[in-house]
Ligand binder design. Structure first.
Ligand code: GUN
Length: 283
């Protein structure tokens, strides 16, 4: 039997419509128009496309946006100065520095310069700490989108066995906290996990976020499990997830495709975070 396909494009559109309606209500209730600032250093073509899409999504949601584009040779000190200035600028609610920066810039130093109240990526130590402690804060967009997709698919999280493959700061680690917060039994698997197939095949909820094309196949999927594929890998055969979709779709109960699964959710949650930051700053 073939799994139900979880349509990330449709769920993303729903979330973005909901945020647009809430932005209107916020403004009608006397609030200011939320504004997102993006910062892009260098000329990576994929990053340019991602940032342009973020600005389009802002416009559709009624969120204002400003963009700072800096040459590849920009120094770390100059970037940090800009990010700090945006943090102090009363007209800005959210700050997103597109990652990765050029090699001579330490991403951790840049993230540390972001005002945590405007950290719509949820990457600062403050927001990561709040999430790890189960307290409210700004949550990274992609893992927040994964939870939204699981809820949309009707996947029971309470008491479920959840296995996350990958432990990045952007996805794996925050997902551990989010799934724990929903009372799942969480296992974090990674490149040193001994028997990955044995660990994964216990999962009622399997999340792949490792960046290795088609690492997980039918042997990794428990029959009926919900499989969320965060991977976006450019290969000679086109865009591939971390899951071998053709194999897993025959075993899973529900599964996200690549593209059209988790990808579109990140922008939707960025819009939600920008509104949340604007609301919190207005109090
Ligand atoms: N590059 C790839 N994904 C992301 C993301 O979620 N946020 C930022 N800032 N950069 C990224």
């Amino acid at each position: 039997m073939s799994a139900k396909i979880i349509d990330g494009k449709a769920v993303s559109a729903e979330v973005r419509e909901r945020v647009a309606a809430e932005v209107s209500e916020f403004i009608e209730g006397g609030g200011h128009q939320p504004v997102l600032a993006t910062v892009l250093v260098g000329d990576d073509p994929a990053s340019h496309v991602y940032v342009a899409n973020k600005h389009k999504a802002c416009e559709a949601a009624g969120i204002g946006s400003v963009h700072h584009e800096l040459p590849a040779e920009t120094s770390q000190a100059d970037l940090v100065t800009l990010v700090e200035a945006l943090g102090d600028d009363d007209a800005i609610d959210g700050i997103l520095v597109q990652l990765p920066p050029p090699e001579h810039i330490d991403p951790d130093a840049v993230i540390a310069a972001i005002n945590p109240a405007k950290d719509v990526d949820g990457l600062t130590a403050t927001n990561a700490g709040l999430l790890a402690g189960g307290r409210p804060g700004l949550v990274p967009c992609t893992p927040a989108g994964v939870i939204e997709l699981l809820d949309h698919a009707g996947t029971e999280l309470e008491g479920a066995e959840a296995v996350i493959v990958g432990r990045s700061n952007l996805v794996g680690r925050p997902l551990i906290s989010l799934l724990l917060g929903r009372n799942a039994t969480v296992t974090a698997a990674h490149s040193r996990t001994r028997d990955l197939a044995a660990v994964c095949s216990r999962a009622d909820v399997l999340v792949a976020a490792v960046g290795v094309p088609e690492l997980l196949g039918a042997d990794h999927v428990k029959p009926g499990a919900t499989v969320i594929d965060v991977g976006i890998n450019r290969t000679d055969d086109g865009l591939k997830g971390d899951v071998d979709f053709e194999a897993a779709v025959e075993v899973a109960g529900a599964i996200t495709p690549v593209p059209g699964g988790v990808g579109p959710m990140t922008i939707a949650m960025l819009m939600a975070n920008t509104l949340a930051a604007a609301r919190a700053r207005a109090i």
